[in-house]
Ligand binder design. Structure first.
Ligand SMILES: C[S@@+](CC[C@H](N)C(=O)[O-])C[C@H]1O[C@@H](n2cnc3c(N)ncnc32)[C@H](O)[C@@H]1O
Length: 372
């Protein structure tokens, strides 16, 4: 069944499969991070892709009769971001007279009546040094906003995670647009990456960007943690994540068997315990709001400690868990590990909220749980 916009809804497809002709494959834009390039073919096959065209740095324009697999199958964790394609304009913007005006007018004609909550335009080649393409997305958005003066969400964080936004990606391959909620897309920004400055002299470790991005991603599912929330952090050294949490006015009890970076000495809100996590017992009656675990070592042992210490989290408490995986060479191996880890957590009453591969993750994923 068509939703009136040329898209097919997965549930209605399943219901009507027995007595209606199969739905034509739907065009979809999928971003699979470069680090998964070796398994991208298998991931796309699991998404039901019957054809694909590579776009930009790590985008794939596919056609699939089972788009629900992109968001709900086990392989969904390998897609950083996705968008149904309601309007595609393959062209070379730089060689076209008046590209911005033509594109903006077309967006008004095609999407004006659908009342997007916001319009965000990104680039297919975020790392390209080409000046024209670096500014194309923001120039196009500037003109589009003049034509859509009534939008509710002006900044990405102002979006309702479950309401439809018009997202566009632009690059030397043309313009690719669709409407979908940020939660279904798996990110508030077009393409799903929040870029974080790591060049500041205050940056303690690369891991700081992971928690900064994770907290931003979490806005898809819950409001930000209130100031003075108390975190327990497992495997905190050298302290990039600790520093990020403290700068957001969070309180942190950080545990590691190695010391923290000296720059964190005396930071308000920090208590550091130099100890093996397995030996750590919180002071009686301490109840935390959130737990963060970025320990290296076998993930089965890390999740055991998370489960043990989750007893000291308040109800509805948040858990952010970095799942370190061996170098990814197949789809099945990390999926089996996920099943094991989320199975252990589920059996202990931890509810899986989301699981994703963030821009600043390498051979690891970030999993979010809540205590029940
Ligand atoms: C990837 S590093 C953490 C980086 C840190 N999140 C940051 O922001 O800088 C992993 C840390 O886990 C610690 N670790 C691993 N197993 C541990 C254990 N059983 N007890 C205490 N610390 C542990 C290691 O000492 C190491 O410092």
């Amino acid at each position: 069944m068509d939703d009136g916009h040329g898209r097919v809804h997965a549930d209605s497809m399943i219901d009507s499969a027995s007595h209606e002709a199969p739905a034509p494959p739907a065009p979809w834009l999928v971003r699979i991070p470069e680090i998964f390039e070796g398994i991208a073919g298998e991931v796309l096959r699991r998404f039901g892709a019957v054809s694909h065209t590579r776009l930009g740095l790590d985008y794939y324009l596919i056609k699939t009769a089972t788009p629900e697999a992109i968001q709900r199958s086990e392989a969904a964790k390998f897609a950083r971001w996705n968008l149904p394609m309601d309007h595609t304009w393959p062209c070379n913007p730089q060689k076209m007279d008046g590209f911005i005006e033509k594109a903006a007018q077309t967006l008004l004609k095609k999407f004006g009546a659908r009342n997007p909550q916001g319009i965000f335009i990104g680039t297919l080649h975020p790392t390209s040094p080409d000046k024209y393409y670096r500014s194309l997305a923001s120039n196009l958005r500037g003109r589009v906003l003049q034509l859509f003066p009534q939008l509710g969400a002006g900044a990405v964080e102002e979006q309702d995670a479950t309401a439809e936004t018009l997202f566009c990606l632009v690059g030397k391959e043309g313009l690719f647009c669709g409407m979908q909620s940020p939660r279904a897309c798996n990110g508030l920004y077009p393409g799903g990456s929040k870029f974080i400055d790591q060049d500041s002299p205050d940056t303690i470790s690369r891991a700081g960007a992971k928690i900064a991005e994770a907290l931003h991603y979490l806005l898809l599912y819950r409001p930000p943690m209130p100031e003075h929330s108390h975190w327990i952090e497992l495997g905190a050294c050298p302290g990039g994540m600790t520093s990020e949490l403290l700068s957001r006015k969070q309180r942190v009890t950080a545990i590691d068997r190695a010391p923290l970076d000296k720059r964190l000495d005396g930071r308000p809100g920090l208590r550091f315990v130099l100890e093996d996590v397995a030996a750590f017992e919180p002071k009686t009656r301490t109840m935390f709001d959130a737990l963060l675990c970025d320990m290296n070592g076998p993930p089965e042992e890390s999740i055991e400690q998370v489960i043990r210490l989750s007893r000291f989290l308040k109800k509805g408490g948040l858990i952010v868990f970095t799942l370190k995986v061996p170098r990814i060479e197949t789809v099945e191996e990390p999926c089996a590990l996920f099943r094991f880890i989320t199975g252990m957590a589920g059996a202990a009453g931890l509810k899986l909220l989301a699981q994703t591969h963030l821009t600043y993750n390498r051979h690891e994923f970030t999993l979010f749980f809540e205590t029940t």
